[in-house]
Design a protein around this ligand. Sequence first.
Ligand SMILES: Nc1nc2[nH]cnc2c(=O)[nH]1
Length: 446
Amino acid sequence: MAELTIHGTYFSSKDPNHVQAVQDALIMIDSKGIIARILHRKDPEYAKQLQVARQQERLVELGADQYLLPGFVDLHVHAPQWPQAGLALDLPLAKWLNHYTFPLEAKLSDPTYAQKVYQDFVHNLLANGTTAALMFGTIHFSANMILAKESVKQGLRGFVGQVVMDNPSTSPEYYRNSSAQAALSSTEKFIHAVRDLQTQSGQTIEPVITPRFVPSCTDEALFGLGRLAHQYDLPVQSHLSESNWEHGYAIERFGQRDTEVMDHFGLLTKRAVMAHGTQLTKDDWRILRERHSAIAHCPISNIYFGNGVLPVKQLLALHNQLGLGSDISGGYTPSLFHNARQAVKSSQQLTDGVDNQLPAEKRGVAGSRITMANAFYLATRGGAAALGLKTGVIQAGYAADLQVVKMHRALMPLSTADIFQRLMYQTEQTDIETVFVNGQPVYQRN
Ligand SMILES: Nc1nc2[nH]cnc2c(=O)[nH]1
């Protein structure tokens, strides 16, 4: 018997290029929070199951203007930067880090402040339809545990990284690990503490190996983190060739590209997610493919710090693994609806180019435009695959991580394909009505 049945129209990603739309379906969720069955109108059992669920008051009936989507997977987000979302984005990356971000992150050493920030942050992710997130914390063990516990408490599927930054030449004294050894032993303590939390709670909460980025870390720290990633079979997250500056830094320090350096230290695993990658070469794409490491595309943030546009279309065609990240606060919003829109817009600009003083055919990279179906794939199925989660699609056997969204009033008849576009382009936080993780409501708009 289904524990909960949702009756309504849903959209789910079939593959990187196609979206499935099913009208008036019955999505039957079992007591473990898994989608057990999906019945369509023509199914012989449909009418009976609908009636039973209604009688037993286990039915969520969507209204005529409500639709069901999978919950989103935010594949790159900095939890401690939430208080500065939308600030200082007109600075270059290195200045933004030194003048705004590091001083803010340092404040998370205060557990009272960490509790206040993380409670609000997790709530806002859920309120924006995000049901799983790969998060950077700070260098502080206690604050990172507060983030992990808050994720469990509010029902977010959380992947939490204790940031390592021990390089004195790029990290300020007030905010850096005292040594590589200290960073590694604190990381190991964090791994055990989060694993204990996972066992106690039975929820998705995982520690993540998190070298901030190559410039922040000494060789000893990078080497040690690579070893821990393999020893504990953990996800890895970092930034990779995000900007001209970062890309150039690796070449200057190691005589190798950022990707080669990460690979050298064993950090490109099949559980690795590397953010941005706007400056990656085709050789880097190949290395990432061979290692089955994913890229978190952060299109809003890339406008400010990326010095270029990630060629999503080409990477999908090559079967590189991709998902979507908000990169709070390099990106100003936690909404993956907004990020999906920007992914499509940026890809159009990549196609056309932007310098109108050049002849039209020399301005851009032809054939780079992605569709909203591509962007939706990144925000759902692609991100879930990168984290090894059986979520991100509305399909029997997958966890019921879902969002109910309300469409703005239509003044003309719309096809289901139109409705999908309208939802993806116009949904704001206030249009998200209920969010489920594992079949349980974790957010309800009042
Ligand atoms: N966007 C972004 N890039 C980084 N590179 C190193 N740290 C950061 C960060 O916090 N945000």
